[in-house]
Design a protein around this ligand. Sequence first.
Ligand code: LMR
Length: 414
Amino acid sequence: CIHGIPRAPPDKILGLTEQFNKDKNPKKTNLTVGIYKDNWGQVTTFQSVARAQMILDQSIELNTDLSYLPIKGCPDFQLNVLKFLYRESCPEGAESLDQGRISFVQTLSGTGALAVTSKFLSLFMSRSVWIPKPSWPNHANVFQNNGFDDILYYSYYKNGTLDVDGWLDDLERGAKSRDGPPQCIVLHACCHNPTGIDPSREQWRRILDKIHELNIIPIIDMAYQGLDTGDLYKDAYLLRMSLDKKRYNWNNGLFLCQSFAKNMGLYGERVGSLSVVTPVRHNSKEIKRNVDSQLKKIVRGMYSSPPGYGSRVANVVLSTPHLRDLWHKDVKNVANRLHSVKAKMAERLEWDSLKDQSRQHGMFLYTGLDMRSVETLREKYSIYLVQDGRLSLSGLNDSNVDYVCDALQSVHRE
Ligand code: LMR
């Protein structure tokens, strides 16, 4: 009964912003959630996005329709996102697209894509998923909420580097100890969250070979495309490698959960997609149609249909050549600033995690600070990091970098 409901813990990332908002210290600094802020501390709208919004504002035809989108989302958005993902970012996917083998739904950003994926998989294919240790804390939550009873953690990080041997051993041992339905695995496409450490291309090759050999279903979580190198296309390398048809035919499909939250700054608009690349088979068309139909049924039962505005904005950016070019520049600027913040920190702090700056990729710095130090930072300096020591780089700017670095240095020493 309702009296017996236990209290759920606050969210490990968003819960801290709730705490931050209550903090009265004028020097308080929020370095928790992965939201890009500029050097003035503002969550800025990308230029390309602002212009797309202007186009929409001026277009009665494009922006006055407040009716429902179809269950699978806006058809133009689908067309342009598929083109962006499977022709431009990953030409290796074009053949699957041409053969009509890719199922698609517009989702409530990357988390929504993961939710639909996990619901679909748990209903039809698997209830067991491998997640890296550590990972984004919400991964386990999403899979648990959607019918997965077996959350397994693969080794990922050891002494500041990737533990690829541990990773492969875990998968191998896990596969040997069970029969039954296939397992799934979550792969961070780039800018691993929280560590920022990504496998090299050679390491990815070994990892993908092993996953393929063990018949594990890949779920690629691509939330940070472009924020590593500043090049949207380059950063899609894991998708390209996975769709190398000379090497792999994913028997149970490949699931791509993709988001425009970070690389278009459309966080609150919840814009993203799930695409399922179905395998080459004599009846692929039918497989795809069946997958489509089930995804639609899931979405209808979960939230009926996605919101409209953000996907219209993204669609204008993707389909207007000069805005698309501008978008690529916007993303480059974001990546450049992230690198420059890291460089500024490195000037002030002699930390291992900052020494070789090419080692960690993306929006975050995985400081290596323990929970106690993170608490001290919060209690003594009102500087908020995620409990695992992850720091959101763009929260630093010219006006707080000294304050933050001094505080980091002092807790590091304690
Ligand atoms: C993060 O890790 O900070 C982002 O992915 C935002 C979120 O939803 O947690």
